[in-house]
Design a binder for this molecule. Structure first.
Ligand SMILES: [Zn+2]
Length: 261
């Protein structure tokens, strides 16, 4: 451990000791007063104290320093370089509670877009929730109304969050999933189909047939049925098969088309 590491470690030890001592003082005082131990109160207070110590420790670990003089440029998406401006800080909710993250801020003079490379590294870009807290949000947000999610976060993790944040994060994760699924669908639509090869076909006949398929009521609204005065119960699916004189068109050249009329 270097000098700075030792200093950080000492500050963290001090914070943990302070929190635990305070709590033990309260536990012993309560025991003297009531002559018994309230386990639920103690376990919950111990978690709170250790969370607070953890949050203090994490805040210490999340103080990033200004870059060295020869490392004050960062590549920008526009192709130019962003220059280091200053240290900026933001609050973060982590699984041990609220902490503060301080990290270098870079700004591109060409396109005026600012960036925090540390946020990308820590996966907290454009969010005030740590990856661990976002995972919890996603879990509680997917199974019950968002208000239940807020209550579950409080009871199970000892974290105060708003119903709105459970909703926002669950929706952001849902949006992410939809985007990934859409990318898969787009890939499927761009399949490389086999090139059509073989003799040119001068005349293609299309053989057409149709059959009635039962459908839900709203699909037949306003359509006259086979018997007078009654609405239709089915709609017709047309199926077309391309043929040439003497047989079916080869698989690659044929395309069965189904349409509902
Ligand atoms: Zn730029």
């Amino acid at each position: 451990m270097d000098g700075a590491g030792k200093k950080t470690a000492a500050a963290i030890h001090q914070e943990v000791t302070r929190e635990v001592n305070q709590l033990l003082g309260r536990v012993f005082a309560q025991r003297r007063k009531d002559g018994r131990t309230d386990l639920e109160a103690v376990e919950s207070a111990l978690r709170t104290a250790l969370h607070q110590a953890g949050a203090a420790a994490l805040t210490q670990l999340l103080q990033f320093e200004a870059p060295a003089a020869d490392q004050r440029q960062w590549p920008c998406r526009c192709g130019h370089h962003a220059r280091y401006q200053e240290i900026r800080s933001k609050p973060l909710l982590t699984i041990v509670g609220r902490v503060r993250l301080s990290r270098p801020y870079y700004l591109c003079s060409q396109c005026h877009v600012g960036q925090f490379p540390v946020d990308v590294e820590l996966d907290v870009e454009n969010t005030e929730f740590s990856p661990g807290v976002r995972r919890m949000h996603a879990l509680v947000g997917q199974q019950a109304p968002f208000e239940h999610g807020r209550a579950q976060m409080q009871l199970l993790a000892g974290l105060e969050v708003t119903t709105k944040s459970v909703e926002r994060i669950a929706e952001a994760i849902g949006g992410d999933i939809v985007q990934r699924e859409q990318a898969e669908i787009d890939k499927a639509l761009q399949l490389d189909l086999p090139a059509i090869a073989g003799e040119p076909i001068p005349v293609v006949y299309v053989q057409m047939d149709g059959t009635g398929v039962p459908v839900v009521k709203k699909e037949t609204l306003g359509r006259q049925g086979k018997s007078d005065g009654q609405s239709a119960h089915t709609r017709e699916v047309k199926s077309d098969t391309p043929r040439r004189a003497g047989g079916l068109v080869s698989w690659a050249a044929s395309k069965a088309v189904g349409s509902v009329v």
